[in-house]
Design a protein around this ligand. Structure first.
Ligand code: EPZ
Length: 422
């Protein structure tokens, strides 16, 4: 298990190109199941989650690899084993999003229940409710979801909302099941995340008939079959947000290229409110901070609200603000694995249930800390960039799940991160 040794404080300055989105890539990789043949996906990042999803697709019978341009190809001509095995699904919960396309293509699917993870329970009840509404028979056997629709799926009006708002991968699953269903499906309270918009556009390019894209009401007219696709994956807004916060926490200046500013208004608004300058110029933006960080309150919400995937990173930034901030996590109430670790670095945090009061401190102090989940780990790296001294961050495999060699992206702009193989 690798460990990062991070010297601080540093001031980041320079250009970083934002990679393709992990959370857009994963459902689109699953969507290639629907179009028998060879699909080619561009700008798919080299991440462990992507490799795990590739392993899952190979287990179904697909051929998966990278061509000489680095594009990811998936040949789904043969799907002779519609089973998502436990030892893969337990490593990456997003594997659940092969359930819908497998059911649509093969009429049956077995996918291991994903189980929880460091950010809390990850139920899939809404995924299953939606598939039942489309006519699937769903049973749970020995930890596996067994789904059958031998006569195909039938379109229906489905409400996908929950107490928290909408489910992103639940919307993806039902959308991918509905594109080959007989008749029309209407998904009410669909997730509006940009990654869902991207998936819908990809499915339409494969021959699906989806309207209402970018809205909470998706209308899908079932078609007979879909074709393989060549598709460019969108830029990663969470990676971009992480780098914006890196510029802010180090009082530096970063120019981010391939940055979808339009997808990030909730984050940019908050950054501007606390004294960070964000100047957008097409697909690039310059993020800088010179003066003090002001305190701010944050509540995570479904898109276009403040994204839960940037809560930990923003908490780290606010731990150096002048004054007190309040962070309310409405999507994953347990998503606070970073709180104890940041406190070890002298952050002043008080957690009450799904709320954390952040009392700003003058500085963070280096300490040995442990990564726990993807975004909490990114937050620890950000803290280490600003902290005084040498921070050791262990279990960095959590970071490698969602950030491609983050040390190779940050060191050229002034970070001092060394990866130690232990
Ligand atoms: C996606 O997860 C993302 N993952 C997550 O990013 C992200 O945090 C999350 O959406 C919210 O934006 C991918 O896209 C691969 P949800 P997903 O279903 O779809 C509840 C990262 O760091 N819920 O939108 O699994 C659930 O408990 C990852 O990149 C049910 O109750 O999240 C949560 O409270 C972490 N029943 C809320 O919905 C269900 O059937 C939102 O979860 C499904 C979800």
């Amino acid at each position: 298990m690798d460990t990062f040794r991070i010297e601080g404080p540093v001031r980041l300055s320079g250009n970083i190109r934002v990679n393709g989105s992990k959370n857009a890539s994963l459902p689109i990789m699953a969507a290639t199941i629907l179009g028998a043949g060879k699909s080619v996906l561009k700008s798919v990042p080299h991440l462990s989650d992507i490799s795990v999803c590739g392993e899952l697709l190979k287990g179904l019978g697909c051929e998966v690899g990278r061509n000489s341009d680095g594009d990811l190809f998936i040949d789904s001509t043969t799907i002779d084993n519609p089973v998502g095995e436990y030892d893969i699904v337990c490593r990456m919960r997003a594997s659940i999003c092969v359930l819908g396309p497998l059911l649509a293509r093969c009429g049956r699917a077995e996918v291991s229940m994903p189980g929880g993870c460091a950010i809390g329970d990850r139920p899939v009840d809404i995924h299953l409710r939606g598939l039942r509404e489309l006519g699937a028979k769903i049973d749970l056997k020995n930890g596996y979801i067994v789904a059958e629709a031998p006569d195909g799926l039938k379109g229906k009006e489905i409400f996908l909302g929950g107490s928290f708002g909408s489910t992103v991968l639940g919307t993806a699953n039902i959308l991918m099941a509905a594109v080959l269903a007989k008749g029309q499906t209407v998904i009410e309270s669909a997730a509006c995340e940009p990654e869902i918009t991207s998936l819908a556009k990809c499915l339409n390019k494969m021959g699906a008939k989806i309207t209402g894209i970018d809205s909470p009401r998706l209308v899908i007219d079932g078609v007979k079959e879909l074709k393989p696709v060549e598709f460019e994956v969108m830029a990663d807004r969470i990676e971009a947000g992480t780098f914006m916060i890196a510029a802010a926490i180090t009082a530096g200046e970063l120019k981010l290229e391939n940055c979808r500013v339009g997808d990030m208004m909730a984050v940019i608004d908050k950054l501007r409110n606390i004294g960070v300058t964000v100047e957008a110029d097409g697909d690039n933006c310059v993020v800088a901070r010179k003066g003090a960080i002001k305190a701010a309150d944050i509540t995570t919400q479904p898109y276009p609200g403040f994204p839960t995937d940037l809560q930990a990173q923003f908490m780290t930034l606010l731990s150096l603000a002048e004054g007190n901030s309040v962070i309310i996590e409405k999507i994953f109430p347990d998503r606070f694995m970073h709180v104890a670790e940041l406190s070890r670095m002298a952050a002043n945090l008080r957690k009450e249930g799904a709320i954390v009061v952040v009392a700003g401190v003058k500085k963070l102090i280096a300490a040995p800390v442990m990564a726990s989940d993807l975004r909490a780990s990114a937050a620890l790296v950000l803290a280490a960039l600003a902290a005084e001294g040498t921070t050791m961050v262990s279990r960095v495999y959590h970071i490698d799940r969602g950030y491609e060699k983050i040390e190779k992206r940050l060191n050229p702009v002034g970070a001092k991160i060394s990866r130690i193989k232990v």
